[in-house]
Ligand binder design. Structure first.
Ligand code: ZN
Length: 330
């Protein structure tokens, strides 16, 4: 089994030993591949990025990803304990297989942990990239020390991950935590990601912000332009921005009622607007959320930057190698 080798290591006396790392983190994005060696404190060494060019197929793409990984290892000059891989779904995190990632057309049923394990002679684990980013923010970033945390990445699309009782929530096969497809208006806009109507992603994503601005009469603007326009007091940009905050707050309120997290961490490109986004969202959520959740709930910006994919991939390796965490069907 691909992940059978990733069971927690045993000391001579048979006691389980917590992973010390460092881990090699590999991130398979639709536009970029990234690799880096991540130590137990979350510091990244030998970080390297290359274009994904997914159309050239998984064989070629993974060969370049592993080459990037070998370069990172050489730069870092250390031996790694395991390999963590983050990728968009659908995937099977238990078996370590990319089923048919939406952003990698033609990459179907790729046994990526087997291949990585063979390439680096170490155990390898796979998770959804947003789940991995949630693990990264929980272990090394804004969510450190929390027991229950929701992570949302608001970017081209909207993704997320959930930490429950200190552990990463995955669902049955690792595709749980698709927070972008929480419904905020069931008769609403069509969702590009899943085809249903009124998903959070259909309102809060950067793509939707630009689209709704266009529909409102602003020509050729990006989500960042809309944020800037709203700051400058442009009434159309302001309206689009307010609708974005309302949709995001509606989705977060449902998530807060569902999970009662101490903290909601928001990352992704749209979150770079900072308090312009967070302040109104916080006010709307606190006005709507059921009372016990309201008492504890914080809503903050993500702490990790562009390396979050690589740090997340490593974070899931740290998590899944820990004693008592099941990593495969054996
Ligand atoms: Zn959807």
């Amino acid at each position: 089994m691909a992940t059978a080798g990733a069971e927690a290591a045993l000391a001579d006396d048979g006691a389980a030993v917590s992973p010390r790392g460092p881990m090699l983190g590999l991130d398979i994005g639709g536009t970029k591949l990234a690799a880096g060696v991540v130590d137990i404190d979350g510091a990244v060494h030998g970080f390297a990025v290359a274009p994904s060019e997914p159309g050239r197929g998984p064989g070629e793409g993974l060969a370049r990803l592993f080459e990037l990984g070998r370069g990172a290892l050489e730069d870092a000059g250390v031996a790694i304990e395991a390999v963590g891989i983050g990728c968009g779904g659908p995937l099977d995190s238990e078996r370590g297989v990319l089923i048919a990632p939406l952003h990698l057309a033609g990459w179907e049923n790729v046994p990526v942990t087997d291949l990585a394990s063979a390439a680096f002679d170490r155990p390898a684990v796979l998770d959804n990239d947003a789940t991995a980013a949630a693990a990264a923010e929980h272990r090394f970033g804004a969510g450190r020390g929390t027991r229950n945390m929701v992570y949302l990445t608001v970017s081209t699309g909207v993704g997320g991950g959930v930490i429950l009782d200190g552990r990463v929530y995955r669902g049955s096969t690792g595709n749980g935590g698709e927070l972008g497809h929480v419904t905020v208006d069931w008769h609403g806009r069509e969702c590009r990601g899943c085809g249903r109507r009124g998903c959070l992603e259909a309102y809060a994503s950067g793509t939707s912000i630009a689209e709704r601005a266009h529909e409102a009469g602003l020509e050729g603007v990006t989500a960042a332009d809309v944020a800037a326009g709203a700051r400058a007091g442009d009434p159309v940009a302001l309206r689009v921005w307010e609708e974005t905050c309302e949709a995001l707050a509606c989705g977060i309120t449902s998530l807060a009622n569902l999970f009662e997290p101490e903290l909601v961490v928001i990352g992704g490109g749209v979150s770079r607007a900072g308090e312009q986004l967070l302040e109104p969202v916080r006010a709307l959520v606190h006005a709507q959320v059921l009372e016990p959740a309201e008492r504890e709930l914080g809503i903050v910006q993500a702490a990790l930057g562009d390396s979050v994919g690589v740090v997340g991939a490593a974070a899931i390796a740290f998590e899944r190698l820990a004693p008592g965490v099941a990593v495969g069907r054996g």
